[in-house]
Design a binder for this molecule. Structure first.
Ligand SMILES: Cc1cc2nc3c(=O)[nH]c(=O)nc-3n(C[C@H](O)[C@H](O)[C@H](O)COP(=O)(O)OP(=O)(O)OC[C@H]3O[C@@H](n4cnc5c(N)ncnc54)[C@H](O)[C@@H]3O)c2cc1C
Ligand code: SF4
Length: 479
């Protein structure tokens, strides 16, 4: 008799995508099932992150992940370790709007998603309840329920923008609590949120340990999944390397990949999944900073570091011609203006543009099975047109406001909002996974996270990642 141990489910990664999928899977499964979780990173403590937080992000600069595209200065930012990006993120959690799911039919650009806002609305509610999101009454997306927690307070300049753009500017939905919630204290606006000193923002590690402490779950750290063994349209086993680079196999009936767009793609390219779209169209939102020196206004009063979100650069008229953007008021407390009497008279806005996936930007392999190569040849023309209009559009927004000087950063950055590589669609001819994030080619494989998003949309991705993961797990239990 074979000694091979078979699990009911093997999950790859412990970030948002895997954790929300596994949470729902455990809630609905029998008591005697067995789950194996394979995590590339280590199980670092909060103190470790506190001591190392400036250095732990795995981007091109510290060599953990290298972008090999010569001549294009693009780093891809993410966190490797238990809890994944929850130990890096800023907790900004807007929903996608109904038009974000219908980019092609509404604006004639990009792709439509095979699902719409209505398919996700109840899952957005559930994800917001799990993360205890703070948010306002009004919302860009059409919501029918209230946020779990009261909204964050705005800074003085936010209030000025709110007055001018009442229906387009809101307190930002945030995973930084405005009151004490289980295991997390009220956010006190210290502004170093990648690793919150008081562990206030939502992380997998402070709020989802019930998932990983469940006796049905076995977790192995520092195990890098390299590929899947696929036979007759089924995954038979997952291949992984340990710290000493020794190869192992693990077997299960069902598999889920939640390793982020680069690594989901890399694992599937190395598995030779029979789908030419795997790894194609990897994309990142394009952001830039606009610093606003105010005229006689002390920019104080906000209750966290990212307080507001504006949709003034995302009207339907604009998005029919060029990429839309959201404006995030990002007034970190150390954003001091070095002029006597004017120290606090500065606002900082991050402008975050949507981008369209392009086939030439893709993930491929290298000689090292642990190291993917991302070929990135730049953003879309649609986004460039939006960037070209930025200064004149912002001038219109600022007209009549108490402003001395506006300075735009020349640099663009990605913000760690990656998308694509295994997109969702109606058939194998246009996508890698179906509407429930199940592979078109392989019956027992779910691919989770923003690698499945057909377009970037305006909003930050993570709330939508978590809602989709809950929905994907639910699909397993529907008749
Ligand atoms: C600085 C920063 C700020 C951000 N702020 C926001 C924000 O405010 N709002 C927002 O919506 N989003 C934000 N994001 C993006 C957010 O972090 C990601 O959208 C989110 O983490 C993606 O979740 P995920 O589970 O798909 O992937 P991840 O969270 O990246 O998790 C992937 C997991 O898989 C593991 N893994 C990777 N490869 C392998 C492998 N081969 N084998 C085994 N395990 C593997 C990783 O260690 C990790 O645990 C931010 C990102 C960064 C970097
Ligand atoms: S602003 Fe401060 S308290 Fe709030 S989440 Fe960020 S680091 Fe934590």
């Amino acid at each position: 008799m074979s000694n091979i141990k078979y699990y009911d489910l093997i999950c790859v990664g412990t970030g948002f995508a895997s954790s929300f999928f596994l949470k729902r899977f455990l809630e609905k499964s029998k008591k005697n099932i067995k789950v194996l979780v394979l995590e590339k990173g280590a199980n670092k403590t909060h103190q470790w992150y506190m001591d190392n937080h400036k250095h732990h992000l795995s981007n091109g600069k510290n060599g953990v992940f290298v972008n090999y595209t010569e001549g294009y200065n693009k780093s891809w930012t993410f966190n490797i370790g238990f809890g994944g990006g929850s130990y890096a993120w800023h907790g900004v959690t807007p929903r996608f709007d109904k038009n974000d799911f219908k980019l092609k039919s509404t604006y004639s650009y990009g792709l439509d998603w095979p699902i719409g806002y209505n398919d996700l609305e109840s899952y957005y509610d559930q994800a917001e309840a799990i993360m205890q999101i703070a948010g306002p009454k009004e919302s860009y997306a059409e919501r029918t329920t209230k946020y779990p927690l009261k909204p964050h307070k705005m800074y003085a300049f936010d209030k000025i923008l709110k007055k001018k753009f009442a229906d387009k500017f809101y307190s930002v939905p945030s995973a930084k609590p405005t009151e004490n919630v289980k295991g997390r204290a009220t956010c006190c606006n210290s502004g170093v949120c990648r690793v919150c000193p008081i562990d206030s923002k939502f992380t997998v590690n402070n709020s989802m340990m019930d998932v990983y402490n469940d006796p049905r779950v076995e977790i192995r750290f520092e195990k890098h999944v390299t590929s899947l063994d696929i036979e007759n349209h089924k995954v038979k086993a997952v291949n992984y390397l340990d710290k000493e680079k020794v190869e192992h196999k693990a077997y299960a009936n069902l598999f889920s990949l939640g390793a982020n767009p680069i690594f989901n793609s890399h694992i599937l390219v190395q598995s030779q999944l029979d789908n030419p779209l795997v790894g194609k169209g990897i994309v990142d939102q394009r952001s830039t900073v606009c610093e606003v020196d105010l005229d006689g206004i002390d920019n104080v009063g906000g209750s966290t570091n990212i307080t507001s979100i504006g949709y003034m650069l995302a009207t339907d008229d604009m998005r029919k011609k060029y990429a839309g953007a959201i404006i995030l008021s990002y007034t970190i407390p150390d954003n001091i203006r070095l002029e006597q009497g004017k120290y606090l008279q500065r606002a900082r806005l991050v402008i975050q543009f949507e981008d369209l996936p392009q086939e030439q930007n893709h993930v491929t392999i290298t000689d090292d099975p642990k190291v993917p190569k991302v070929v990135y040849l730049g953003h879309s023309e649609y986004t460039q047109k939006g960037l070209d209009k930025l200064h004149s559009n912002m001038k219109t927004i600022f007209t009549g406001l108490p402003i001395e000087k506006v300075t735009f950063d020349k640099e663009l950055f990605g913000g760690g909002h990656m998308y694509g590589g295994t997109i969702m669609g109606t058939s194998k001819s246009n996508s890698v996974v179906d509407i429930n994030l199940r592979s078109h080619d392989v019956d027992n494989l779910f691919v989770l996270g923003s690698s499945t998003f057909p377009s970037t949309a305006l909003a930050n991705p993570t709330l939508t990642i978590t809602a989709l993961s809950l929905r994907a797990a639910d699909s397993l239990f529907k008749g």
